[in-house]
Ligand binder design. Sequence first.
Ligand code: ZN
Length: 128
Amino acid sequence: MLTGTSGVVDHRLERRAVINEYKRGRISRDSVCDANSELIRAARNLGEPTSVRCPICEEVNVVLLTYVFGHGLPKHGRCVTERKEVEQLQRTDHDYAAYVVEACPGCSWHHLLRVLPIAGRRRRSAAQ
Ligand SMILES: [Zn+2]
């Protein structure tokens, strides 16, 4: 786990480790392709396209989904699709966390890529 100066937590190393374990046959496809139907529906309808081939099925490209957690949001997070929505949260007095997830609409592979803090107004205008 790498934590950058901006507070971003990067999960790419874990992702690579999981893929390696899968390729070596140490973990089953079922255990890495277990995205729930809601996540896959979101991936198909709201996912941001990438040019990254799914590391598991190698048939389709993965998409990115961003879920935001924090004050007043559902427990399972809110899937945000527009920059505008993040900017709205930044104007509040609360801090949020954005979870960027990679998902494959083909085989249901999914993995957390990174977690980014979304600082509210109060935090950014220094402690008062
Ligand atoms: Zn796939």
